[in-house]
Every structure is written in C-alpha cells, then in structure tokens.
Design a protein around this ligand. Structure first.
Ligand SMILES: Nc1ncnc2c1ncn2[C@@H]1O[C@H](COP(=O)(O)OP(=O)(O)O)[C@@H](O)[C@H]1O
Ligand code: SF4
Ligand SMILES: [Mg+2]
Length: 350
C-alpha cells in the first residue's frame, strides 16, 4: 500500500455497516447490506464486482444519489473526515457533492448539460464552491482544462460536450469534479466507455491528479485489470455485500474468497488470449428480492457445502504472508487460516 503524505490524518471517508433498503409497493429489498470500508487521503480504494453488485448505490447513495422514484432508507454510519454524513439533512448532503466530494460518472453527459458549453459549466462550479468572481472563475476553469491535459484549453472552453471526443469529455469531467477542490474523488466506472489506450491515459490522469492534491480516490469498476493497475485497497462486492476487503497486494496476490479468485482467473484468461469470449464467472448473481440466510455466492461456488446456505458469512480478518490487512466473508477460507485472537477479530476495518 502506498504511504500517502497525510496518511496519519485518519480516513477521509469511511463506511461503517452502511446499508440501503429500497421499498417498492410489493416489497422491501436490502440492496446494500452492512458495507464497511475506508479510504485515507492519498489512497485509492477500488470497489469491484459484477454489474448489479451495488457498487454505485453503496457509494453515491451516501450522498443521496439513490435509485430514482423509489423510497430508500439507509442504515449504519458514513463518516466524511470523521463527520457523520447520513445524519445530515438531504440538502446538506447534496451540497457535499461538488465541494468536499467530487464525482466522475461513467457517462460525462450525466454531469454536463449537453446544451451548454463545457467551460462555463466548470466555471459555474468553481464560482459556486470557491466563491470566485466571474472573471477569476473563468480563468480557473481554463487552467483546470489545461491541468487535465486538454490541448488549447482557452479554445476548448467554448466547446459543447458533443464537440469533444469521448476521452476529452472524460478529461473535462475530471476538471468539473475537481473544480470545487474536493478532498475525496469518487470515480464510477470512469473508463468503461473508452478504448484501451484512452482508458490507460485517463487512469494516469487520475493518478497524477490524486498525487498532486493528496485526494482520497474511490474507484468503482468491474475491471480487475484497472484495479490491479491503480488500487491501494480493494473492496470486492457481491450481491450488495463486501465479500473480501484488504490491501491490494494481499487481495490480488492471495485472494481468499472464491468469488475474488474467480474474478482474477477471468482476467488471467483474458490476458492469455483465450479464444472463447470469456465470462466473468458462470451463472448469475442472485435476485436480491429472493436472497435469504446463507452465503449469497453459494449458487455459483464450486466449494459450496450444505452448511454454507445456513448463515451469511461475515468478514473475518486473515493472516497474510506480507503482514498486510485482508478480510474475507467465506466459511471455508480456502487459502487462509482465520485468526482466532478476539482483538484481531475486531480489527476488520482498516
Ligand atoms: N431503480 C431501482 N429499482 C429497483 N432496484 C434497483 C434500482 N436501482 C438499483 N437497484 C438495485 O440495486 C442493485 C445495485 O445496483 P448498482 O449499485 O447500480 O450496481 P453496480 O453499480 O454494481 O452495477 C441492483 O442490482 C438492483 O437490485
Ligand atoms: S461460504 Fe461457502 S458458498 Fe460462500 S464462498 Fe465460501 S465456500 Fe463458497
Ligand atoms: Mg454502477
């Protein structure tokens, strides 16, 4: 794990048993189930898992960006620099977005108004969050466009979103996300829509921006290749729960949970040039409306035993070869001896 300059300051953002319950007319479904993780200044936490595993709702849901037109309630705690976010009124929570917390969405057009020029949209955010004059905000926006690697930023200031390439729009979105000088950046599948070369360039940009500003970066992705190239810590999500959590070296080098091992095997196959179009794992995640007690991965797990269906496994800290932190929610822990010391059992949260 890289040692951030301000690592001693404690987590920038921390989820503690964070849950989201969604209420439809017919039923209530727990779409995020007691998720815990933390990210410190200068650190990158990757939240990884297949589509529908709850990556987006478990992060953006913290700030009130919840599924539209559905009643939701939240449980647990989320601390931003030690301050409880969930207890704030909705308007206060919404204000955090764009100021203390910047967001990069998968599709820049959800953040940019397609009918307006890009530069003034960034300038408006600068003005709203930093209180600069119109002229100064404009200069700052041009500066930001330059900092994210957009050539001729003064001319590009006046471009409409559709006049930019996908890669350039995503860079402009990084500029918009950092316009309010946030301390935390959440990037939700920021490279998914881009070609491989542009993906690599955008990740490099995120790394640079993060290092320059000491940002805590939460990177949401379903791509283990992206995770391997950038993460300090990893939270692997499956069906609304974190099934493995720890420093990237331990989780990637010696995964414990069968789901993590399956995800890693799938990128190994892809790199080895398997001719068959590869699937992440055979089978599909469970319907959250129907999950009961027991391990949610059981239907797809080669190691499943009858007892796995009895009780939901919780994260248990593991011994790691490197002395790093790692915890996994599997009754069998195929690669590790679970710790037994009561004090270490408490130390799941990094
Ligand atoms: N509008 C909605 N109505 C019902 N369920 C929803 C809605 N939005 C999200 N969900 C539930 O939340 C789960 C997690 O969604 P999401 O966070 O978008 O997953 P991910 O980002 O990992 O792809 C989905 O599988 C779905 O069960
Ligand atoms: S608890 Fe059982 S079903 Fe779940 S991942 Fe472990 S071995 Fe597989
Ligand atoms: Mg998502």
């Amino acid at each position: 794990m890289t040692a951030p300059a301000t690592a001693g300051a404690g987590p920038a953002l921390e989820a503690r048993d964070f849950s989201i319950r969604l209420h439809t007319r017919a039923q209530s479904i727990t779409i995020v189930d007691e998720v815990s993780w933390s990210v410190a200044p200068g650190e990158t936490l990757a939240i990884v898992g297949e589509s529908g595993s709850g990556k987006t709702v478990s992060t953006l849901g913290i700030f009130g960006l919840l599924p539209a037109n559905v009643a939701c309630d939240t449980g647990g705690q989320v601390l931003l620099h030690g301050r409880d976010v969930l207890g704030l009124p909705d308007t206060e929570r919404a204000k955090i977005l764009g100021s203390d917390v910047g967001v990069i969405f998968q599709d820049p057009l959800t953040a940019f108004n397609p009918m307006r020029r890009v530069g003034p949209q960034i300038a408006r955010s600068v003005q709203a969050h930093l209180g600069l004059s119109t002229a100064d905000a404009r200069e700052r926006a041009v500066e930001l466009l330059g900092q994210v690697g957009i050539a001729d930023p003064r001319a590009r200031y006046a471009a409409y979103p559709h006049e930019m390439s996908g890669g350039m729009r995503q860079r402009a979105l990084v500029a918009l996300a950092i316009a309010g000088e946030p301390t935390v950046l959440i990037a939700d599948e920021p490279t998914t829509a881009l070609d491989v070369t542009t993906q690599a360039q955008l990740l490099e940009l995120l790394r640079t921006i993060q290092a320059e500003r000491g940002l805590a970066l939460v990177l949401i992705t379903h791509d283990m290749g992206v995770v391997a190239s950038i993460a300090d810590k990893i939270a692997v999500m499956y069906a609304g729960r974190v099934v493995e959590y720890g420093d990237a070296v331990s989780v990637l080098g010696d995964p414990d949970h069968p789901y993590t091992s399956g995800l890693l095997a799938s990128i190994a196959d892809a790199r080895a040039g398997a001719k068959e179009p590869f699937r992440v794992l055979p089978g599909l995640p469970p319907d959250l409306a129907r999950v009961g007690e027991g391990c949610r991965f059981a239907d797809r797990c080669e190691l499943a035993e009858a007892s796995c269906a009895d009780l939901v496994p919780v994260l248990v800290p593991l011994r790691t070869r490197t002395g790093g932190r790692q915890a996994s929610a599997c009754w069998k822990h195929p690669r590790h001896e679970p710790l037994t010391e009561p004090d270490e059992q408490k130390a799941v949260r990094a």
